[in-house]
Design a protein around this ligand. Structure first.
Ligand SMILES: [Zn+2]
Length: 331
């Protein structure tokens, strides 16, 4: 397979420094792929890289980007009641939340619960809001947004996943968001959940999303945290490398400078709990039937590690940023 040297897709710089070759420890794709650090903005990206036209063959047929989004069920479980309180008190949703113990729990534990994966994928309420989910997968998260009152649109490059989301009644376009030409200012919120790292031309895509947002609209981005202690510890064996599916890896600093460069303001980037994958990173590259693999794969270790992992910080970044009010220079 032919690899091509490219300038940095985040800032345009033509020089970068090779770091190491990394593989895919999640889907088991073969091969090692070169990653380099941009000499200007410092972002880490595949270079030389596989052509975006050839990347499709490395994806499983139905690729679920939002499997961690949590249930969209409206069953009145305790967990859902706490969630309703958080949506109302933290994100401005108008539905009247339950009182009693769920309210007390949400009030006391709110700051921690807002850092857990299901809550980190929730967005601030907008009256009659229109949301676009980029890389919507099978539409799990769009189901949730619709249940909360949003008008939903998805864009998904994988035709099988796009069809699944369409069958759930969402407006879904198969393709790449920067090639579709959606109307300007047509969304109040745009979400990229575990999607930006798959995009080979992030500055071009974010500039296009800026155009699609209404003035004061918000973009929400969730990516693996390359600035985390786990990435530094495991380097090329960090399970989130997922080469060659991930073209880019971001830290707080490189994600912030990319958002600034593409016009966004009021940028807030935080780290969450869970989604750390330390067990998978330890497994990365362990030979079949090795003691390490057998120990880490046994169900007791699996269960303990999943529980511990939920409390570990720093694995992923969530960025929220806003489009400026329109100024004369934008026209
Ligand atoms: Zn750069």
């Amino acid at each position: 397979m032919k690899l091509n040297s490219v300038p940095c897709g985040a800032c345009g710089e033509s020089t970068s420094k090779w770091l190491f070759d990394a593989g895919d420890y999640i889907y088991g794709n073969p091969g090692q792929w070169p990653y380099a650090r941009c000499n200007s903005c410092g972002v880490v990206f595949m270079n030389p890289r596989i052509s975006p036209n050839e990347i499709g063959q490395f994806y499983p047929k139905t690729y679920y980007t939002n499997e961690l989004a949590g249930s969209s069920s409206k069953k009145p479980t305790f967990r859902n009641k706490v969630k309703q309180v958080l949506l109302s008190t933290r994100l401005g949703y108008p539905q009247v939340p339950p009182n009693g113990i769920p309210k007390a729990v949400a009030n006391v534990l709110g700051p921690v619960l807002m850092k857990t994966p299901p809550m980190r994928r929730q967005i601030h309420w907008v009256e009659n809001g229109r949301v676009l989910d980029v890389g919507c997968g099978n539409g799990d998260i769009l189901d949730q947004y619709r249940a909360l009152g949003w008008r939903t649109t998805g864009v998904e490059p994988g035709p099988e996943s796009a069809q699944l989301a369409r069958e759930r009644g969402h407006s879904v376009i198969t393709g790449l968001v920067e090639e579709i030409g959606l109307p300007s200012e047509s969304f109040d919120a745009i979400t990229l959940w575990d999607a930006l790292e798959h995009i080979p031309n992030p500055a071009a895509v974010l500039s296009e999303l800026y155009r699609l947002l209404a003035p004061q609209g918000k973009i929400y981005i969730h990516v693996p945290n390359y600035g985390s202690i786990y990435a530094r510890l495991w380097q090329d064996r960090w399970f989130m490398f997922t080469a060659p599916l991930h073209y880019f890896h971001y830290s707080k600093a490189t994600l912030k400078s990319l958002l600034e460069r593409t016009g966004f303001s009021e940028i807030d980037i935080s780290t969450g709990l869970g989604e750390v994958g330390w067990r998978q990173s330890l497994l990365s590259g362990a030979p079949e039937n090795s003691l390490r693999r057998r120990l880490l794969s046994c169900s007791v270790v699996n269960r303990i590690s999943n529980s511990v992992e939920q409390g570990l910080p720093d694995g992923h970044l969530t960025a929220v940023a806003r489009k400026r009010k329109q100024t004369n220079s934008d026209k």
